[in-house]
Design a protein around this ligand. Structure first.
Ligand code: ADP
Ligand code: MG
Length: 205
């Protein structure tokens, strides 16, 4: 586990986004399967395309600060992902990046605060709250648990995603299914757990 004095720079944020791109690529089939059950079977393809563009952009011209890396990644997601998840993840990362400001290095606590700000913006954009069976069910507890550790954030995201199974979707495409959305894990909550698993992976070195 990393101590509280540890700081994270722009290169760390780039490694996070690269690890996220690898995870999304590896799990695209599963994300699409989940979206086939309660959506339109494009979540894996959407995020694979989006994060591939993020990784490409960051490789060509890596911004110097963690804030700028996340903001750049967010802009790429908005412009390359057609589905609901593009603007939502784009907002998460852009707002988190903006909250980090121009600091060259940030602490885990600062990253947790910034991501929490991004999560609030996602809720505002999509009109959803935790419990509506969306990505917020993973993102909200994960951002809070990041104050404890990277591992706790990953675990909280995974638990949040698993906890969407018995829920009835109240937002997004899955909500059109009503009761029939019960019994399936939310694709967006599942991809959010991948993002926090990628973060833990790069923090562990
Ligand atoms: P689309 O629904 O347009 O096909 P995706 O399949 O890429 O987009 O993403 C679906 C995921 O987006 C859902 O599983 C859910 O987690 C998330 N989502 C959809 N609508 C909302 C919303 N209003 N607020 C938060 N998350 C949402
Ligand atoms: Mg979809």
């Amino acid at each position: 586990m990393t101590g509280t004095a540890e700081t994270y720079d722009g290169a760390f944020a780039v490694r996070w986004m690269e690890a996220a791109a690898r995870a999304v690529d590896r799990e695209a089939g599963r994300l699409t399967e989940l979206d086939a059950a309660i959506g339109d079977a494009d979540h894996g393809a959407n995020l694979r395309r989006g994060f591939a563009a993020v990784a490409d952009t960051l490789a060509k011209e890596p911004p110097a600060t963690p804030g700028a890396v996340l903001a750049t990644a967010g802009r790429q997601l908005v412009s390359t992902v057609g589905g609901a998840s593009g603007p939502l993840y784009g907002t998460l990362l852009r707002r988190a990046g903006k909250a980090l400001g121009e600091a060259g290095e940030v602490t885990r606590a600062e990253l947790a605060e910034a991501l929490a700000t991004g999560v609030v913006a996602v809720g505002r954009l999509g009109g959803a709250v935790a419990g509506d069976k969306t990505m917020l069910d993973a993102l909200t507890p994960a951002a809070a648990a990041l104050h404890e550790s990277f591992a706790a954030a990953r675990a909280a995201a995974e638990e949040g995603a698993a906890a969407t199974v018995p829920l009835r979707a109240r937002k997004g495409r899955a909500s059109y299914l009503g009761e029939r959305s019960v019994g399936h894990q939310d694709p967006g909550a599942t991809s959010s757990a991948l993002l926090f698993a990628a973060l833990e992976e790069v923090a562990a070195g």
